[in-house]
Every structure is written in structure tokens, then in C-alpha cells.
Design a protein around this ligand. Structure first.
Ligand SMILES: CC(C)(COP(=O)(O)OP(=O)(O)OC[C@H]1O[C@@H](n2cnc3c(N)ncnc32)[C@H](O)[C@@H]1OP(=O)(O)O)[C@@H](O)C(=O)NCCC(=O)NCCS
Length: 326
């Protein structure tokens, strides 16, 4: 019989836990060979301000061991396609695995999600609900853990990458469209266009005002990189290009992100996404990036996966989306 952990769980403490959380996630991801080593600042930006769907001191739990974090987990919710998805994430330090810590944290997170329905902090009361999570399929611990916890995979996604030292083809913008510099007064129109285009994405998340503010106030937000195509005074499509210098420094690789690729329905099928992709690749290359990266749903109904493959993107990580009835 494996030895069960005696470590106590306690609520996340915003005043002091960010550095230790950054160390924990980094230790886990180095061990599991996943290139995301978040800095304290990055986590603080994501977690420090409580908002409707996530308050770290209410919705996150940690375990201490030897003056560091042995494990942590959080649960948040999002409205997707007419239901509320209570999503969680768990990190157990490589030294602390197979002692039941992940199982205890998951039980706490599920209980917290149930409680959020009762106390009104868990999203629209009249919608059906489901528990959800995501894992990298190359990580056997996560895959086995999800299966034994009753979370089968319902969908896959990829993080795709494309080296920037390979030639980048020329693709002209479709007639009548022009790419213009992003100005503050354009932010809302660009956002609304992207939200509208993503209605055709599998289980598009209903975005909140918090998401809007977070996107346009992020210290790494650089409007000079974004590619936004206009048809007169309407946005036809856009790519939100971003570079995260600190994150790149930590993994030792210069990655340029094509964070959202979207074309509104009336302008699809004319090569607009292709034109915006090649412009984005050039921008990242000119800024000294070694690879371009993006995330995509493996069964994207609008053919995004094939489009990215055509421009040289290849899967780097496969994500499994796991779900369990509420
Ligand atoms: C997945 C993770 C959270 C598991 O944490 P843990 O504390 O080791 O999990 P538990 O000890 O509670 O394991 C419960 C059961 O999951 C399964 N399991 C967990 N790790 C496993 C592994 N490496 N191989 C096979 N089965 C495993 C087993 O059935 C285990 O029960 P057992 O030890 O009695 O056989 C941890 O490995 C981790 O932090 N992974 C990286 C981050 C991540 O991917 N998180 C998302 C999880 S969905």
C-alpha cells in the first residue's frame, strides 16, 4: 500500500504565496517537460485581482512541506455553450507524488465548486454544469490521474510551433482590406470582432469585461505587433500577436505568440487569415523570435488546423480536455 500524505491543506495566501507558487509550477513543469515557467509577476497579474469567476483566496488551495509548496490547485468557472464549466488545475511537486495529495486537492476543488453554486459565486444558476480540466497527453501521471478520478477525455487541442528561420511565403491581403495601426479607440471593435468570430469555435468561452481589461492593460501588450484588417470602418479579422520576454528568458527560447487568429464570417474563404498569418510570422521574425506558436482545437470546425499546417506549424504539445458530470 502506498503511504498517504499527512500534509495539511490551507487556503492560498495572496500576501505571501506567489513566489512559492511560481517555484512549484516551475518544478512541476521542468519535471514534466512542459515549457511554461511562470514568474511571480505573471502569476500575480493572473491571480491577484479577485473577479467574478476566480478569487484565489476562496478558490485555490495549497499544501506546505519544508518551507515550500508541496502542491496547489485552483478552480474557476466559465460559461461555455449554454453551460457552466468548473475548470480546475492541480500541481503536485515531483517529490510528493503518489501519496494521495492530488486526489485530496481535487476533492477540495470539487467541493468548492459545489459550494459556489450554493453561495451564488458559481455563475448563472439556471445553467447545467460540468467539472473540467486539461492535461498534456505526454504526461503519463496526469493522464492516469484523470482517468482514475473519473475524468474521461472529450476533446483534444494542440500547441503548434513554427520555426522562423524557414522561408515565409508571400500572401497578399484580399482586395478592399487594409491593415491599420491599432489605436486605443479601436480596442473595443477589435475585441468585439474577435468575440464574434470565436462564436464558431468549439465551446467558445463567454468573455467578461475582466478579460477585455486584462488583455489591453497587460504589460506585454504591444499594439504595434497586432495585425488587424479593416474593411472601411469594420474589423474583418485580426491576430493578437504577443511576445512574453520574461517567460521566454525562463525557458531559454524566443517564442512569438499568435494569440488569437480570427476572421469574421463575411470575410472568410478569401485568404485573409493566410495574409495575417504570414505578416505575423514576419513581425515575430523581425523582432528576433526563433519560433512562432499558437493554440488550436484539434477538430476546429473552420479548418484552422489545416491552415496552420500549410504555413509550417506542427504540434508541439497535445492537450486533452477532460470532463466529469457535476
Ligand atoms: C497529476 C498529478 C496532479 C497527480 O498528483 P498525485 O498527488 O501524485 O496523485 P495521487 O497520489 O492522488 O494519485 C491518485 C491516483 O492517480 C493515478 N496516478 C497518479 N500518478 C500516476 C502515475 N505517475 N502513473 C500511474 N498512475 C498515476 C493512480 O491511480 C493514483 O493512485 P495510486 O497511487 O493509489 O495508484 C501530478 O502528477 C501532477 O502535478 N502532474 C503535473 C500537473 C498536471 O498535469 N496537473 C493536471 C492534472 S489533471
Amino acid at each position: 500500500m502506498r503511504e498517504l500524505t499527512a500534509l495539511d491543506l490551507r487556503p492560498f495566501d495572496r500576501a505571501r504565496d506567489f513566489p512559492a507558487l511560481s517555484d512549484l509550477i516551475s518544478a512541476v513543469n521542468v519535471h514534466d517537460e512542459f515549457e511554461w515557467l511562470p514568474t511571480t509577476d505573471e502569476l500575480e497579474r493572473d491571480w491577484a485581482a479577485p473577479h467574478a469567476t476566480f478569487d484565489p483566496e476562496r478558490d485555490a488551495i495549497v499544501a506546505d512541506a519544508d518551507g515550500r509548496l508541496a502542491a496547489a490547485g485552483w478552480v474557476s468557472w466559465a460559461e461555455r455553450d449554454g453551460k457552466v464549466v468548473h475548470d480546475f488545475e492541480i500541481w503536485v511537486h515531483p517529490d510528493q507524488r503518489r501519496h494521495g495529495l492530488g486526489t485530496r486537492i481535487l476533492a477540495w476543488l470539487e467541493a468548492r465548486a459545489r459550494e459556489s453554486v450554493v453561495d451564488g459565486s458559481g455563475g448563472p444558476a439556471d445553467l447545467p454544469r460540468v467539472f473540467g480540466g486539461g492535461l498534456i497527453t505526454a504526461n503519463p501521471a496526469a493522464a492516469a490521474f484523470a482517468v482514475q478520478a473519473g475524468y474521461p477525455t472529450i476533446r483534444y487541442g494542440f500547441q503548434m510551433r513554427r520555426p522562423l528561420d524557414e522561408p515565409i511565403p508571400e500572401v497578399a491581403l484580399p482586395g478592399g482590406l487594409e491593415v491599420r495601426q491599432v489605436l486605443p479607440e479601436h480596442h473595443r471593435a477589435i475585441w468585439d470582432s474577435d468575440v464574434e468570430a470565436f462564436q464558431d469555435h468549439w465551446e467558445a468561452r463567454v468573455r467578461t469585461e475582466h478579460d477585455f481589461v486584462r488583455t489591453f492593460t497587460d504589460p506585454d501588450f504591444d499594439p504595434t505587433m497586432w495585425q488587424v484588417a479593416w474593411a472601411g470602418d469594420e474589423v474583418a479579422g485580426s491576430i493578437m500577436n504577443n511576445i512574453y520576454p520574461e517567460a521566454n528568458a525562463r525557458v531559454g527560447l524566443d517564442i512569438g505568440w499568435l494569440d488569437h487568429v480570427s476572421v469574421r464570417r463575411p470575410w472568410r474563404g478569401r485568404g485573409l487569415a493566410s495574409a495575417l498569418i504570414v505578416r505575423s510570422l514576419r513581425i515575430h521574425r523581425d523582432r528576433g523570435m526563433a519560433v512562432a506558436a499558437l493554440g488550436v482545437d484539434a477538430d476546429n470546425p473552420t479548418g484552422a488546423l489545416r491552415l496552420y499546417e500549410k504555413f509550417g506549424f506542427r504540434p508541439k504539445y497535445t492537450w486533452a480536455i477532460v470532463r466529469k458530470p457535476f
